[in-house]
Design a protein around this ligand. Sequence first.
Ligand code: SF4
Length: 162
Amino acid sequence: MDLLYSPFKKIARFLKLDDYLIDDISIKVRDELNKGKFRQVPAEKTLIFLPHCLRHRDCPATLQKEGLNCTECGLCSIGVIKKKADPLGYKLYIVPGSSFVKKIVMENKFKAVIGVACHEDLSQMMMMLSDFCPQGVLLEKTGCFETKVNVKKVFEKIDSKY
Ligand code: SF4
């Protein structure tokens, strides 16, 4: 699948197809292929990556070396997801970009991952972490500022282990 991604992207562009079509297919296929294995990995061995663009414009959190330090202030969906994921044992990171993801991956022992991002970022992340049965949830509103995710879809991934 990794080998086919770039050629298919080029073909899709050449044919003037929807730029996200190949990412969409790639995300859905990986999701389906990894679902069974993902469910068997305990939450304690699973990382969740959320994009920091989900934060509210008045977010009081500060950026630390492992990403945004969410205080669960209630202004955005990050706090809602964190509140559910933390007590279950998931390790949740709110990251500004792939360099943070790479660093966190290097520093953690884990076996599975849930990613939330826009089409291209999510597709790339799932490709990069393909050995960790990745599950992905696409942003419903993109644009790098006050983006939106369907929290229910993230909860479905979180709850799929129970
Ligand atoms: S819930 Fe967390 S990330 Fe969202 S605005 Fe509040 S402190 Fe920031």
